[in-house]
Design a protein around this ligand. Structure first.
Ligand SMILES: Nc1ncnc2c1ncn2[C@@H]1O[C@H](COP(=O)(O)OP(=O)(O)O)[C@@H](O)[C@H]1O
Ligand SMILES: Cc1cn([C@H]2C[C@H](O)[C@@H](COP(=O)(O)OP(=O)(O)O)O2)c(=O)[nH]c1=O
Length: 217
């Protein structure tokens, strides 16, 4: 029987460098000889990407109800797990995902104030025990992350999505919720100081990844 692949997630607030570092993790795992599937949430399949658009589109005439937002996040996740993540893990591929359920605890739990027990119920229903083998949490002060994000958005002439329009206290709550998740599961979540320069962040990320890969051997 093929050995199940590993499931690695990258987490953190807006502008902490997830996309930049995801590429590095993927490259490293491929160099180690693994088949790697790089994906993201919300999204990762055509239909789940449709749901992502519903979540990110700032339609001002009709605010999205927080419960509807939570259910859409998990609807996209169910589709992504069924079509991409589970088949990949079953054939022995490693899956590297830009955000997963820790983001739901952080954004819908911390940011929107939804009771974590309700999130946990949906998590159990949709994931049936599947959780990441390793989560790399990029953590930095929200002010500094906001500055990085501003320069990226300006550079690319991009408009802010529905989450990027939130205020500072929302992002502080997101950060606290992420750190609480890491504290509750230190064996799964590695917290990385994302406020350092890119070379330092990369070195720490790879060191944490290699340490975990050694432990899996
Ligand atoms: N450690 C770092 N130091 C300085 N700038 C960084 C660092 N990591 C990423 N950046 C820059 O910050 C911006 C946001 O990074 P990005 O990877 O798009 O973040 P995210 O995917 O978390 O929103 C990009 O312009 C990127 O080049
Ligand atoms: C996976 C997930 C993402 N989100 C939000 C966080 C992000 O603002 C948004 C899109 O994710 P992403 O594209 O990763 O954000 P960015 O690259 O701008 O940092 O979706 C949730 O609110 N809940 C979730 O469960």
């Amino acid at each position: 029987m093929t050995e199940r692949g590993r499931f690695i997630t990258l987490e953190g607030g807006e502008g902490v460098g997830k996309s930049t570092n995801l590429a590095l993790v993927v490259e490293h795992l491929r160099a180690c000889g693994h088949e790697v599937v790089a994906t993201r949430e919300p999204g990762g399949t055509p239909r789940a990407e449709d749901i992502r658009r519903l979540l990110l589109d700032p339609v001002e005439e009709e605010p999205l109800d927080p419960d509807a937002e939570l259910l859409l996040v998990f609807a996209a996740r169910a589709q992504h797990l069924a079509r991409v993540v589970k088949p990949a893990l079953a054939r022995g591929a490693w899956v590297v995902c830009d955000r997963f359920t820790d983001a739901t605890y952080a954004y819908q739990g911390g940011g929107r104030g939804i009771d974590t027990a309700r999130i946990a119920e949906l998590e159990a229903f949709v994931q049936r025990g599947l959780e990441p083998d390793l989560t790399l949490l990029l953590d930095m002060s929200m002010d500094a992350a906001q500055r990085r994000l501003d320069s990226r958005l300006e550079g690319q002439g991009e408009a802010r999505d529905r989450f990027e329009r939130e205020r500072g206290d929302f992002f502080e709550a997101v950060r606290r919720a992420y750190l609480a998740r890491a504290e509750a599961a230190p064996e799964r979540v590695a917290v990385i100081d994302a406020g350092a320069g890119l070379d330092e962040v990369k070195a720490e990320l790879l060191a944490r990844l290699d340490a975990r890969m050694d432990a899996w051997r």
